[in-house]
Write a new protein. Structure first.
Length: 116
């Protein structure tokens, strides 16, 4: 939306208020209050990609901001899950190494043969 479009929309809103100053605005309310607090975070996106973002969001029937939010949250979840997978893998490798050490220690003589 260009500056002229924004200016025209603002002027139309002012004209509506001036035409009926005693009429309560038609507010849009959320159906339910948010279950978790949220914050606004500014993200810079190259101008040449904004149209692409809008088209993709429209094809999915969502607002561009909702699409961006879904992507960011999905990436955060994936990063957290990857970290948890890595920690679990490390615990399993450590447990396997400890089990192997116990087996070696239980061998007759309890030492690792030379050259092994």
């Amino acid at each position: 939306m260009g500056e002229e479009d924004v200016a025209a929309r603002v002027q139309a809103a002012v004209n509506d208020v001036d035409a009926a100053p005693d009429v309560e605005p038609d507010w849009v309310r959320h159906r339910e209050p948010s279950k978790v607090p949220t914050a606004v975070y500014s993200v810079r996106i190259p101008v040449e990609r904004i149209a692409e973002l809008r088209e993709l969001a429209a094809s999915r029937g969502v607002q561009p901001t909702a699409l961006i939010r879904a992507w960011v949250l999905a990436q955060l979840d994936a990063a957290r899950d990857a970290d948890e997978y890595t920690r679990r893998w490390e615990r399993e490798v450590r447990a396997a190494a400890e089990q192997l050490q116990r087996l070696l220690d239980e061998r007759p003589g309890g030492t690792v043969p030379a050259g092994s």
